[in-house]
Design a protein around this ligand. Structure first.
Ligand code: ACM
Length: 503
């Protein structure tokens, strides 16, 4: 019999010889109330059973401090299931594992007799959603939080501003949403989150043990800022690249003061030598710091092709300092590693390829030299908006062509940037850019199943350190999750790379 399927692969999973635990409507769930409510909801979604107690079989959910952060253990035998978390997050992850272990056995529901001991490899396991190229509603974002939390992700990075729109209300700069939020790529409608919406997203994320990492991309990707505060931005730089993109993908060239709904990047810049720019940066991140309980504020810093390199360096050193002075840890895309005066301990987010090109790894390494850590988002593996080799007509292909599930899986975090080790890696994040992604169903089909590969890179033991960390094991385990995902309403892409189990 094959091992029970858990994704991301746990640190240790041992199958016992005894009879399985049988779950029924009379099973009693006892212990921590939040975890009990999460489990009851998961059981109902998966099985249709409303568990009410009254029988002899018991599931016990407990917190016993002392273990590693976010760790848990789970023991199932014929009489009981016991899940113990080192903290509330660990217990929540144990509940997610239990949800995956619940299997149909003819007319019954069982949990195989197992012992799981589990803790994450990396502290930061993120997903990113670009709500700027296409706006996504609070409901969609909450749904994505639920989906990601089920795979033990603990951070939602929201890309809140780009050339095509500004998506967060700020009282310090009200014109951003009044004048720059109404449009999106392809002439689609825009939108924005009120401060109450943002608070609702943060509270929902917290209930799933996730932080929110807000990104305001600067000094490039700022065309929308110019719709609201034209005095802060330079004229669009119409390079050959911009003209080529406009030709290949259609759409107009960017024009100062007019909404941009195309897909080109790298034409906009804040004014670097004007103090009004830094007043703006201070207002935006100052207000954001007050609205965001998590420790990170992301200032973008990618693809600033319309900004001279020395100006870029000056800007990111000042912007990271503004964020650090607010008591938050700045995060920037890897290009910012080129700045000699980057604020100490800034976190770098690497978005180059699994095999680095063009010195991107050199820039990433600079964050580590500067006392910071790295978040790894290799674009040709875990950019979830890349097209599948066969599948829906969604997504882009610039990251080394289409990305299969096997491509998404077949990389090892410690092997990308030479000269760094696990202590230099804060974690792993799977971004979803939204040039072609318009609906919740688009998000589902592009994320699932590839998001599970990112989850495993972030949570599970290193490649080679566990028998479970192989493509063959992964594809079998993911296939076993098909019925659970379906019962949770997740419209995954039923790619032929995965041996999907059906019930
Ligand atoms: C990026 O993909 N421009 C971070």
């Amino acid at each position: 019999m094959s091992l029970p399927s858990v994704v991301p692969a746990p640190a240790s999973l041992e199958q016992a010889t005894g009879a399985p635990f049988r779950l029924s409507a009379t099973t009693r769930i006892e212990g921590e109330t939040d975890a009990a409510a999460s489990l009851a909801a998961l059981v109902t979604a998966r099985t249709g059973l409303e568990v009410e107690g009254g029988g002899a079989s018991t599931i016990t959910l407990a917190i016993e401090p002392g273990g590693a952060a976010e760790s848990y253990s789970l023991t199932a035998d014929e009489a009981s299931v016991v899940v113990t978390g080192a903290d509330a997050a660990g217990l929540f992850y144990g509940v997610q594992t239990l949800g995956q272990l619940l299997t149909r056995d003819d007319d019954a529901w069982i949990v195989p007799a197992v012992t799981v001991e589990d803790s994450p490899r990396f502290a930061y396991r993120g997903v990113m959603l670009d709500v700027a190229r296409h706006f996504h509603s609070v409901e969609t974002v909450k749904g994505y939080i639920d989906r990601a939390a089920g795979l033990k992700f603990n951070a939602l990075h929201l890309h809140l501003a780009d050339d095509q729109g500004w998506r967060l209300q700020l009282h310090s700069r009200p014109k951003l949403t009044e004048l720059a939020s109404g449009t999106a790529v392809g002439g689609d409608p825009g939108g924005f989150y009120t401060k109450a919406d943002y608070a609702e997203i943060i509270a929902h994320a917290a209930s799933r043990h996730m932080i929110v990492v807000p990104e305001i991309d600067m000094p490039g990707h700022t065309h929308a800022v110019g719709l609201a505060y034209p005095e802060l931005v330079e004229e669009p730089v119409l390079s050959d690249h911009i003209i080529e993109i406009a030709r290949d993908y259609g759409g107009d060239l960017p024009e100062a003061g007019k909404p941009y709904d195309g897909m080109a990047v790298g034409f906009s810049s804040l004014k670097i030598h004007d103090e009004a720019t830094y007043d703006f940066v201070a207002d935006v991140f100052g207000e954001l710091a007050g609205m965001t309980p998590g420790p990170y504020l992301h200032l973008g810093g990618d693809e600033a092709l319309g900004t001279a390199p020395e100006d870029f360096a000056l800007f990111v050193s000042r912007a990271t300092e503004i964020i650090a002075d607010l008591g938050k840890t700045p995060v920037a895309w890897h290009e910012a590693g080129a700045a000699p005066d980057l604020t100490e301990a800034t976190v770098g987010q690497y978005w180059g390829f699994v095999t680095p090109t063009d010195g991107m790894d050199v820039k990433a390494r600079e964050f580590v030299r500067n006392g910071g850590q790295l978040i790894l988002s290799p674009a040709d593996a875990i950019y979830l908006d890349m097209k599948y080799p066969t599948g829906p007509d969604l997504g882009l292909t610039w990251a080394n062509g289409p990305t299969s599930v096997e491509d998404a899986y077949s990389w090892e975090p410690s092997a990308i940037i030479r000269g760094i080790d696990d202590t230099d890696i804060l974690g792993v994040e799977a971004p979803m850019w939204s040039e072609t992604i318009r609906t919740a169903s688009d998000i589902d089909t592009m994320a699932f199943p590839r998001i599970a590969a990112a989850a495993e890179a972030g949570w599970s033991p290193a490649t080679g350190a566990s028998d479970l960390r192989t493509w063959e094991s992964f594809r079998t385990r993911v296939g076993a999750l098909g019925p659970l995902w379906t019962s949770l309403g997740i419209g995954f892409h039923p790619t032929g790379e995965i041996p999907w189990v059906t019930e």
